[in-house]
Design a protein around this ligand. Structure first.
Ligand SMILES: [Zn+2]
Length: 406
């Protein structure tokens, strides 16, 4: 068989097509037509419609089930090309520049805890005034790429601690604990949301079947196979095996190599304070302890500007369960203090992940009393010292919203 230049060109296009990512769109579906809403990536809703980020593979599901939908943003990549608030939020580079500018001798340092799939550093700002202390407290953001406000809250806390490094009431914390602030757990995903697809959630793993990305917060080794997705096209794809991703492995290696006091994990959106379990609606043995602390933090936040966060287990607040989350892993394997936040806006607010940058400062300020309380109480023995009897929380069901556990 003879090849001419056209057949070679066609063959090259064919190969390129094999590796092209499925096109992503935003579709709208009547609320009366959609059940099992947790299966879908609902980014917004109004009284009549859900607006869902989908790819071509997922749209076949709707077609095959006779569910009518309207394509409102046919190509997310093209639609989100111009982000007019891009410079209001940090990039990987500007975040690292800020962290490095806040390094102070005998107080803090910046270290890479590992690298991402695309070889970007996962940077941590580490604070301690005594290198020999053993209690490690972690505050992390941006496991999910599009949840930019989580990164900003962590960065603004770094700035606060730097500015207050000589405050008398913080000295016992700085001398007795190591505080790790990791604003960007998913640097490749962040870059992708800034350049290509603002609504991207996962990391940038090539799944070798035309799809990309693993949901880092389904990739941890606790109930990994329970209530999680093996579908590579899913926004909540758990990965080929537990801790298969360099981003999640970097964090696991760091945490498991030293004594753990506790960890806070920042997500958006929904305005929730969440505690284990996520994989089941069963309560933990420390339900009362977690609930009391979350209620205390709810009050601290409300005092600042009046904003109210709901409190509870994600499996109950969202009415579905998810395995392989970081929170469950840290409680399940280590029995330590671990909570997660879904930052504003609330479920029904417009724009969801695209939070107005004018609110960054306000939300960060509201979280400040909680963060200060966390680094104070963070301790290996917190849960056992605070132990009480078990109790059931009221179940509140919401139809939409947050990025953490869908
Ligand atoms: Zn999230």
């Amino acid at each position: 068989m003879r090849f001419n230049k056209y057949s070679i060109l066609f063959f090259l296009f064919f190969l390129a097509g094999l590796h092209a990512e499925p096109k992503r769109s935003v579709i709208k579906i009547s609320k009366t037509a959609l059940f099992e809403t947790y299966r879908f990536d609902i980014i917004q809703e109004d009284t009549r419609y859900f607006y869902i980020a989908t790819n071509e593979i997922e749209q076949k599901y709707f077609l095959s089930h006779g569910i009518y939908f309207e394509n409102v943003i046919p190509d997310i990549k093209k639609f989100y090309k111009k982000i007019n608030y891009l410079t209001d939020y940090h990039s990987n580079e500007s975040s690292l520049t800020l962290l490095n500018s806040l390094v102070f001798p005998n107080f803090s340092s910046v270290a890479s805890i590992g690298t991402s799939i695309e070889n970007r550093d996962i940077s941590a700002y580490k604070i301690t005034k005594d290198e020999n202390v053993s209690t490690n407290c972690y505050i992390i953001g941006l496991q999910h790429a599009r949840e930019w406000i989580g990164m900003e809250v962590v960065l603004s806390f770094v700035q606060y601690l730097y500015d207050h490094k000589d405050d008398e009431n913080l000295q016992s914390i700085f001398f007795n604990k190591v505080i790790w602030l990791i604003p960007i757990m998913n640097p490749d995903g962040l870059e992708y949301t800034r350049t290509t697809d603002r609504l991207w959630r996962k990391n940038r793993r090539d799944n070798l079947d035309g799809t990309f990305g693993v949901d880092l917060n389904r990739n941890y080794d606790f109930e990994f196979l329970t209530n999680s997705s093996s579908n590579t096209a899913s926004e909540t794809y758990r990965g080929a095996s537990a801790v298969s991703e360099p981003e999640s492995k970097s964090l696991v290696d760091l945490i498991s190599s030293q004594s753990l006091g506790g960890l806070l994990d920042f997500h958006s959106y929904s305005q929730f304070i969440l505690y284990p379990w996520a994989y089941t609606i069963d309560s933990t043995d420390h339900e009362v302890v977690f609930n009391n602390l979350a209620l205390e933090w709810q009050k601290l936040i409300k005092k600042v500007n009046g904003r109210v966060y709901e409190v509870g287990q994600p499996s109950k607040l969202l009415n579905f369960s998810s395995g392989g989350t970081l929170m469950d892993y840290l409680y399940g394997d280590f029995q330590k203090l671990t909570l997660a936040f879904e930052l504003p806006p609330e479920n029904t607010a417009s724009n969801g992940f695209e939070l107005d940058p004018a609110l960054i400062k306000e939300i960060s300020n509201e979280m400040l009393p909680v963060l200060l309380n966390f680094i104070e109480v963070c301790d290996e023995k917190y849960l056992e010292n605070q132990s009480g009897t078990n109790a059931q929380n009221d179940t509140v069901t919401v139809s939409s919203g947050c990025g953490l556990l869908r």
